[in-house]
Every structure is written in C-alpha cells, then in structure tokens.
Design a protein around this ligand. Sequence first.
Ligand SMILES: Nc1ncnc2c1ncn2[C@@H]1O[C@H](COP(=O)(O)OP(=O)(O)OP(=O)(O)O)[C@@H](O)[C@H]1O
Length: 278
Amino acid sequence: MTGVDVAALDVTRERRRILHGIDAHVGTGGWLAVIGPNGAGKSTLLKAVAGLLPYSGDVRVDGVRLRDLPPRELARTIAYTPQNPVVPPQMSVREYVLLGRTPHLGYLAVPGRRDRAVADGVIERLDLADFAHREVGRLSGGERQRVVLARALTQQTPVLLLDEPTTALDLGHQQQVLELVDLLRRDDGLTVITTLHDLGLAAQYAERMLLLVEGRAAAAGTAAEVLTPDSIAEHYQAHVEVVAGRDGRPQVHLVRPRDNARGGQARPAADVGGKAGP
Ligand SMILES: Nc1ncnc2c1ncn2[C@@H]1O[C@H](COP(=O)(O)OP(=O)(O)OP(=O)(O)O)[C@@H](O)[C@H]1O
C-alpha cells in the first residue's frame, strides 16, 4: 500500500505503556489529524512514527518498513517538527533552514546552489525572507515556529509529521502555514500527519482523524464521524456545538455551560448534549 501504514503500534516509556496497539493508514497525499485530550499519546505517536522512540509494531512508508532504513534514508523519507523545538540560538534563519538539506548532501559536502534555492523558496513561501539573516534565538515564538516548519519542508520528504504546528501562530499565519501544507499535499502528493488541538482547524484541513484517548484509538474516520458533541463531551469534558460549515465539514464551537453563563452552577460536560452534528 502507498502512504503511511501504522500497525499494532505499542510504545512503553519508563515501564508505562503509553500507546496500545494503534493502527492507522494515510494514503499518499492524505492528511490525518491525530486529536485527543492532553496526555493521550499524540506526540508519542508522531515521535514513534518519526523513528525517535522505540516501539513494537510496524510503521511503513510505501510498503517499506521504517525500522529497516538507515538514518539518512529515514530523514529523506520523513520530516518531523516537534511541539517544542530546540533551535541553535545563534544560527541565522537561512543557515538553520538549510539544515533541512543535510540528508540530501554527500558526506562532508556543503549545500550547493540547488539546496540554497530550495531553502530560499520555502523561506519565501513562509514569509520569512525579511528574517533570513536574523538569529533564530532572537525570533518571536510564532516566527520560530514557521522557521522550524521551513526547515522540515526544505527536507523535501514524501511524508511530513507536524506536532501542533500552529500553536504559536496568529490567525493569518495559521492559515498561511496550513494552506501551504495543503497545497503541497494536493500538488506534490505530500502525506501529512499532524496533531492539532484546534478541532476546528483539524476538521477543515484533515481528511481523516484519529482520536486517541489514554493511548488507545477511541475513534477514527472523517471529521464528521469523529467530531460529535457526545464524543467531545465524553473525551474532552468540553461543552461544544458542532455545526456543518459551508463546505460540509464540521465546525466546532466551544459554548459555555448554560448555568455558568447565567452565573449559576456548572453541570458536568457529560450531562450536556450538544447540537446534533452534521
Ligand atoms: N519522556 C517521557 N517519559 C515517560 N512518560 C512520558 C514521557 N513523555 C511523555 N510521557 C507520558 O506519555 C503520555 C503521553 O504523552 P504525549 O506527550 O504523547 O501526550 P499528548 O497527547 O501529545 O499530550 P498534549 O496534548 O498534552 O501535548 C503522558 O502521560 C506523558 O506523561
């Protein structure tokens, strides 16, 4: 099968089982959003798929088992941006983004004209040209987050894993980043797996969702199948309305518990229904 296949993935850390038998498939050019409450195991899943954590089970890209790949080849297959990236503070933005070309260079080789063109192209598309000579350590949180994404895109891998890529971004840059990733998905067949806390954004961009709860898959399917008020109340203890957007995809709105909004007592979320989903 083409794309990413995850089968029976288990991860144990410090003798605690974090992920329990996760199965997932994302076809080439597909976008899977991994959602779930804090501590559910979303970042752990991405790190395991990126080959950064030991796991049992199987992860394949286009049928090739990732654990069989040497590190350089793995880095030419999967790019990953962590939730809290550590960046070398004194490096310039351009130098840092160019690091994305490392898996494509020969041993001891320095980036060539083509590598610089790839990096500069991504810098341009992410609106970072004005920052290219600035030190990474002197950027704002949102600027830094775009720089880290730029490095990942400069890797030019067929698979992109993004752990909360928009948390530090203002509204316009959230849209810019997700639209660019979506364009690369549609035009170049980039296969994307993201964690996203913003369920509304996840619903707009991802074709499929995997809801993790305490390390297990609680639901999987389209956004409309996974994002129901009952499911969100049960797993997030949140009060929401889910309505169909213009494009038919669900929009998720937080609503105040009725009694609280009137200044009265809160009811537990599980008691509260929501508007029926689409
Ligand atoms: N280095 C570690 N050693 C042991 N346990 C860890 C480690 N890192 C994370 N965990 C635990 O693994 C579980 C899953 O963590 P993970 O970061 O994958 O959750 P998450 O769904 O991404 O959460 P969040 O939404 O808060 O980012 C949590 O219970 C967490 O405490």
